[in-house]
Design a protein around this ligand. Structure first.
Ligand code: 26Q
Length: 787
């Protein structure tokens, strides 16, 4: 039977046995599920074959509390090269592929950059045939769903498993028990295939779900204590119930600690068990396993593996420590002080006393070592346990052989400043791995129009796995026909986005205006407020001078604020107030328009990055470790307006400063001025600045009586006991930002010069493939070979 017939028969079968009806009576969602199940029939046998080829070889494991995978269907179809077949089949069925695609929920098991990076890495490793497995948590609820009520963010639950997850397989046989001082819980793994491009390698993402060992207490039930009869079940299931929606602030909550230990302990048990099925001791564990700790969230793995080796397997301390340090490597994603994880000793003692004892031993070995090396003065800068807190970053540095930052400037700040003491102690451990993104999702999938054009010009599609090939397109940067085609494609993507925004946000935007886009988590250091002030200033200038000669501009913003982060939520409300003012003002006559997209996430991003004319990357210099959205814009031929921060620096190194719009303070400038900075000086003297800042307090806008606008105003001009006034330098950078915006407007008018800038960015995006990043991790940290 031919392939299409076979698939049709399967779809029909799954509709029947899963939903009890023929496909023609099924909803899109049901059809989507039947399609996935039909595909899995082919994927699973290939997956099993693929795992066998790594037998006896060293493998790497990515331990991460977050994997922000987004949708899988299109990606998997592309990577298996099944896309056109499936589209044809669905067409015969009169099923619209787009409807099927859109009915998949995003797997939103992450907050932002760090979680999405993990997902891009899995895609790259599978594509390059590297044995890399992901280990994490199977949250029942992912990152919250964002809505707005009167301009305020409202959070709703992300019930992504409501219809099950047909991509994952529950592996009950591999369940393990995780022990806490207050009781044991079961960890049940769910495996998801990670299909590399070309389908040669299918790796595994293993996520753990928590369950009770005894889920039902019949005795309590019989005594009519119904709550108690299911108490164990509820307590246990709570561990993997929900993702913490915080993307920076350290919180010190018991449940978060339980999450971390839960998935780390389960994963290590899994690895140790499988290792001992083949080898009779753990002495060669590090020769076969390299474990990357994605930030400090899984750092409890260090004392936990020490506990396993020294107590369960009675190995001596030094030998165990050698194995541990050789096994683990640590990636740092932030230098924000408030994000550095510290756990109160008291919590560890109560929840994980046996692990805590190991941390104490590690700490005292460290102090011995420091004394031996005659480091006595600044011992506090090293102590893992200090002031009744456990400093997870220090534990992660001491217990690993590799510590990396995620862009060059970030790695430099770590070694020269934030972790300079540790750098002096172990210089050989520190290295940089500039982040990357997978071009399979962020170009091939999200921008098929541009992808086809690139393939046509190159005469090959090898850029899909070798992104440096794009460099060969640079020679077309003055070719009028090529640039025309590029602009047409960009227009097509903008039309598509305008359509989508009209349908989903109810706002009509001019597809011929400049699409200026800032999409990322809401955070003060990312300076969405600076963008808002600049937009408002432009609005007032148009009001003053209705003939102001500017190209129409649409400002699109999007992003979630952590539910407890009041200032970030205040900034969203403020942006929405400005949006209403501008969009409802007839005098503005379409010159500017604003959209704050609802529920920004991976799938929305796919539509936004490819349709952008200008990429907003305006963080305070030194604060954005890398950024990866910046790379997604660049790959789709979008110039950056931004500061010299994170990977922006490397982006302009590759594409040229003249093809981007760089402004503002640099890291060294801030070092110089930070002790004398006075925002008032700028607030009072920079033309137009006071006018916009004062709208926070002069009644122009309403914050619904919450006082949050006044609070934002004070954060800029007065500071607070925990920070100085305007700690992110909005006032200082406002004027140079506004000038950079003016440079954008001027540059945009010359269509071919503009297209050349866009094209040059795209042609130089090769460095920012996560394939490059993964090659570096594989060779320089993990020492693994591809199969
Ligand atoms: C910590 C403790 C308690 C609760 C939550 C957290 C927590 C959770 C997530 C802290 C931080 C995060 C996420 C951080 C993150 O996404 N960082 C970003 O990582 C990207 C990938 O390296 C970089 O590109 C970004 O610059 C960085 O901000």
């Amino acid at each position: 039977m031919d392939y299409k017939e076979k698939i049709k028969e399967r779809i029909e079968g799954h509709c029947l046995i899963t939903f009890g009806k023929k496909s023609k009576y099924c909803s899109n969602k049901e059809k989507y599920i039947a399609v996935v199940k039909s595909l899995m029939e082919d994927i699973v046998p290939k997956w099993n074959d693929s795992l066998n080829k790594y037998d006896g070889k060293k493998k790497a494991y990515y331990f991460s509390a977050e994997f922000l995978m987004g949708r899988a269907l299109s990606n998997n179809l592309i990577n298996m090269n099944w896309q056109s077949d499936i589209r044809d089949i669905l067409k015969e069925y009169k099923i619209d592929y787009n409807n099927i695609e859109e009915s998949e929920d995003d797997a939103g098991l992450g907050n932002g950059g760090l979680g999405r990076l993990a997902a891009c890495f899995l895609d790259s490793a599978a594509t390059l045939n590297y044995p890399l497995m992901g280990y994490g948590l199977r949250y029942e609820y992912g990152i919250f769903k964002q809505k707005f009520a009167d301009g305020f963010q409202i959070e709703g639950p992300d019930n992504w498993l409501e219809f099950g997850d047909s991509w994952s397989i529950r592996k009950s046989m591999d369940k393990v028990v995780v022990s806490f001082a207050d009781g044991d819980v079961l960890a049940v793994p769910y495996d998801t295939p990670v299909i590399g491009y070309g389908g040669n390698t299918i790796n595994t993402l293993r996520l753990w779900k928590s369950e009770a060992i005894n889920s039902f207490n019949l005795e309590e039930f019989n005594r009519q204590n119904y709550d108690l009869s299911v108490k164990d079940k509820n307590d246990a299931e709570n561990i993997s119930k929900v993702l913490y929606p915080n993307d920076s602030k350290e919180e010190g909550k018991i449940l978060r600690l339980k999450q971390q230990y839960f998935f780390v302990s389960a994963s290590l048990q899994d690895l140790v068990k499988k290792h001992l099925e083949k080898y009779d001791s753990l002495e060669n564990f590090h020769q076969l396993h390299g474990i990357q700790l994605n930030d400090t969230h899984p750092t409890v793995a260090i004392p936990e593996l020490m506990r396993i080796l020294t107590e369960e397997y009675k190995m001596d301390w030094d030998k165990s420590w050698d194995i541990v340090v050789k096994t683990f490597a640590y990636t740092n994603h932030t230098i924000l002080q408030e994000a550095l994880e510290q756990w109160p000793v008291r919590l560890y003692k109560v929840i994980l006393p046996n692990v805590y004892r190991k941390i104490e031993e590690i700490n005292s070995k460290l102090i011995d070592e420091l004394e031996e090396k005659a480091i006595v003065d600044d011992i506090r800068d090293y102590k893992i346990i200090d002031d009744n807190n456990i400093k997870m970053a220090y534990l992660a540095i001491y217990g690993t052989h590799s510590i990396n930052g995620v862009a060059q400037v970030h790695s430099d700040i770590l070694t020269e400043r934030e972790l300079n003491n540790w750098y002096k102690l172990y210089p050989e451990r520190f290295n940089n791995k500039t982040n990357g993104i997978t071009q399979r999702r962020w170009l091939l999938k999200s921008n098929p129009e541009l992808s086809e054009f690139i393939t046509e010009l190159l005469g090959t599609d090898n850029w899909i796995t070798e992104l440096d090939e794009l460099k060969k397109l640079e020679k077309y940067k003055d070719d009028r026909d090529v640039l025309e085609r590029f602009l047409d494609i960009k227009q097509e993507k903008k039309n598509q986005l305008a359509e989508y925004i009209k349908e989903h946000e109810g706002i009509e935007i001019d597809p011929y205006s400049i699409f200026d886009i800032q999409i990322k988590r809401l955070h003060e250091y990312k300076r969405q407020l600076l963008n808002a002030l600049q937009i408002l200033d432009l609005y007032y200038r148009i009001k003053e001078n209705p003939n102001l000669d500017i190209v129409n501009k649409t400002f699109i913003l999007g992003g979630k604020a952590a539910p407890g982060y009041e200032r970030a939520k205040g900034i969203i409300k403020y942006i929405n107030e400005i949006k209403d003012l501008i969009n409802n003002d007839k005098d503005i006559n379409g010159k500017i328009k604003m959209v704050f997209v609802t529920n920004y996430g991976v799938s929305y991003g796919e539509k936004l990055f490819s349709a952008a004319d200008i990429s907003e990357q305006i963080s305070t210099a030194g604060k954005e470790a890398s950024g990866t959205g910046n790379m997604k814009f660049m790959l789709n031929g979008t110039p950056t307006i931004g500061t010299l921060d994170g990977a922006n620096i490397e982006i302009v190194e590759e594409a040229g400063e003249n093809n981007n719009f760089i402004f503002g303070l640099q890291v060294e400038d801030i070092e110089r001025i930070k002790n004398t900075y006075d925002p008032k000086k700028y607030y009072e003297n920079v033309d137009g600045l006071k006018r916009v800042v004062d709208t926070l307090v002069d009644g122009t806008f309403s914050d619904g009586g919450t006082g949050i606008f006044k609070e934002l105003y004070n954060s800029i001009l007065k500071g607070a006991n925990w920070h100085s006034p305007d700690q992110y330098y909005l006032m200082k950078d406002f004027d140079s930002y506004r000038k950079a915006q003016e440079r954008v407007n001027e540059a945009y008018i010359d269509r071919s010069a503009w297209a050349k800038k866009c094209w040059t960015n795209m042609a130089n995006a090769g460095k920012f493939s996560s394939d490059r990043t993964i090659e570096q991790y594989a060779k320089e940290i993990w020492d693994i070979e591809n199969c």
